[in-house]
Every structure is written in structure tokens, then in C-alpha cells.
Design a protein around this ligand. Structure first.
Ligand code: SF4
Ligand code: SF4
Length: 117
């Protein structure tokens, strides 16, 4: 049986990387993630969560961008790699994510309990 951690590792490996607009974080906002991925993120207080949500921002967005880049959730990684989550600034990898992998990720997102980051 494939565990969620194994699936996450597989998906991370198969989502293509690309260079963003320097300093851009236009696609960052409140996002949800699986509890496995959440457990790898630094814990924020309820007050920090509430403050971020009130501003419609992610609690891990700092002045220099994402503060948890290496452990950012799958949805953050997928953004910009598929026409269904296109970057508003026209950035994308040379080769978009494989549609089969994208479908598997979407299925994973619907099948796992998602929590607000
Ligand atoms: S994917 Fe696009 S909108 Fe998101 S941070 Fe990169 S350049 Fe900005
Ligand atoms: S985890 Fe990082 S990349 Fe994802 S929304 Fe938050 S700041 Fe942006």
C-alpha cells in the first residue's frame, strides 16, 4: 500500500520547477494542505493564523517570500505548472506537469483531509 508520505514524495518529484518573477508572490494566499504536509511546517499560533486569514494571506509568507519553500504544500508547487492553475505573470516550466500526474494530485487533494495552512 502506498502511504500519503510516499505519494507526496512522488508528486513533489514529478511537479516541474520553474523560475518565478523575482520577488513575486501574487499566487500566495490562504491555502490548504494534507495533515502530513502540515506536520512539516512550523507551528503558527491561533493569533498568527487569524491575522493572516483576515488579510487573506498565507501565514508563511515573509518579506522575502515563502519562508517554508522546501516544504511548501503541493498546491503551491502545482501552481503555474498547469493551464488550470496558470501564473498570472505568464511564468511556467519548459514542460508543464504531466496531465496524468495532475489528475493523481487532484484526486489526492480530494481524498485526503485538507487543513488550512
Ligand atoms: S507562479 Fe507566477 S504569480 Fe506565482 S509567485 Fe511565481 S511568478 Fe508570481
Ligand atoms: S506556503 Fe509558501 S508558497 Fe505556499 S502560499 Fe504560503 S507562502 Fe506561498
Amino acid at each position: 500500500m502506498t502511504t500519503n508520505s510516499q505519494k507526496i514524495r512522488f508528486f513533489r518529484k514529478h511537479i516541474p520547477a520553474f523560475a518565478c518573477e523575482p520577488g513575486c508572490h501574487d499566487c500566495c494566499g490562504p491555502v490548504t494542505t494534507s495533515s502530513e504536509e502540515m506536520a512539516r511546517l512550523p507551528v503558527k499560533t491561533d493569533a498568527e493564523h487569524e491575522e493572516a486569514l483576515a488579510d487573506l494571506r498565507c501565514p508563511h509568507l515573509g518579506e522575502k517570500g515563502c519562508q517554508v519553500y522546501a516544504e511548501r504544500p503541493l498546491i503551491c508547487r502545482l501552481f503555474g505548472t498547469t493551464p488550470r492553475l496558470a501564473c498570472p505573470n505568464g511564468k511556467h516550466p519548459a514542460v508543464m506537469v504531466n496531465p496524468r500526474i495532475e489528475r493523481q494530485i487532484q484526486l489526492f487533494l480530494t481524498e485526503t483531509r485538507q487543513v488550512l495552512v
